[in-house]
Design a protein around this ligand. Structure first.
Ligand code: 5RP
Length: 220
């Protein structure tokens, strides 16, 4: 199976987690896009969705799925999103698509985070994928110097502006042995909006697309 077919598999499997009559939180990226296409088939069973990016909002609306502002909503039973890397502890690196801040906000509100990913995303240690950090533009150089002190090599994502009007520094070369601690430390740098470590609020369920089918795992 191709990587796209594996993504398709988990995107469809995630439909089982959508709660009838309730708003669903929807992530960003190619796997999330496939999930949105699948969600369209059952759109009459839900009042609508909350979107983690403008891209996701546009795709949901294109399918005739109502999009709610997060401030109108307090109950999100499930948030469904992809990941760039995930460990067996359900810690993730996210933000390859640059939507990490809105993704993290919806994940915080949601009762359950269902991660959907092809099998290549499962890793023992996070950090081979450069860690995205969303930064207020005027703080870019300062934050880059602070990130270098943590042992990484920050690289500005050229020509990219987030939905929040900020820039992304992709930090290469980190061996992330304690993701919970590093997530907090990076977020304490003044000028950082948030970083792509999702460890303080990990996924609750991961649907992994493998040659043998969908493998479901949960944190111990
Ligand atoms: C976007 C994300 C995505 O979930 C992550 O980049 C995975 O993307 P894809 O499903 O395309 O592999 O965090 O900000």
């Amino acid at each position: 199976m191709t990587q796209d077919e594996l993504k398709q598999l988990v995107a469809r499997a995630a439909l089982d987690y959508v709660v009838e009559g309730k708003i669903v939180g929807v992530g960003t990226g190619s796997t999330a896009r496939l999930f949105i296409d699948a969600l369209a088939e059952i759109k009459d069973r839900i009042p609508g969705a909350v979107a983690s990016s403008e891209d996701t909002r546009t795709r949901l609306l294109g399918h005739g799925i109502k999009v709610f502002d997060l401030n109108e909503v307090s109950d999100i039973p499930v948030y469904i999103d992809g990941a760039d890397e995930i460990t067996a502890e359900m810690h993730m690196i996210k933000g390859g698509g640059g939507a990490l801040t809105r993704e993290k906000i919806i994940a915080a509100v949601a009762q359950k985070f269902v991660c959907i990913a092809d099998g290549s995303k499962l890793v023992d240690v996070l950090g081979r994928f450069p860690l995205p950090v969303e930064v207020i533009p005027m703080a870019q150089a300062y934050v880059a110097r602070e990130l270098a002190k943590l042992g990484g090599t920050p690289v500005l994502r050229e020509g990219f502006v987030t939905d929040n009007g900020n820039v992304i520094l992709d930090v290469k070369g980190l061996q992330i042995v304690d993701p919970v601690d590093l997530e907090s430390r990076i977020n304490q740098i003044v000028g950082v909006v948030t970083n792509g470590l999702f460890a303080r609020r990990p996924a609750d369920v991961c649907l992994l697309g493998m040659e043998s089918g969908v493998k479901t795992f949960t944190a111990d």
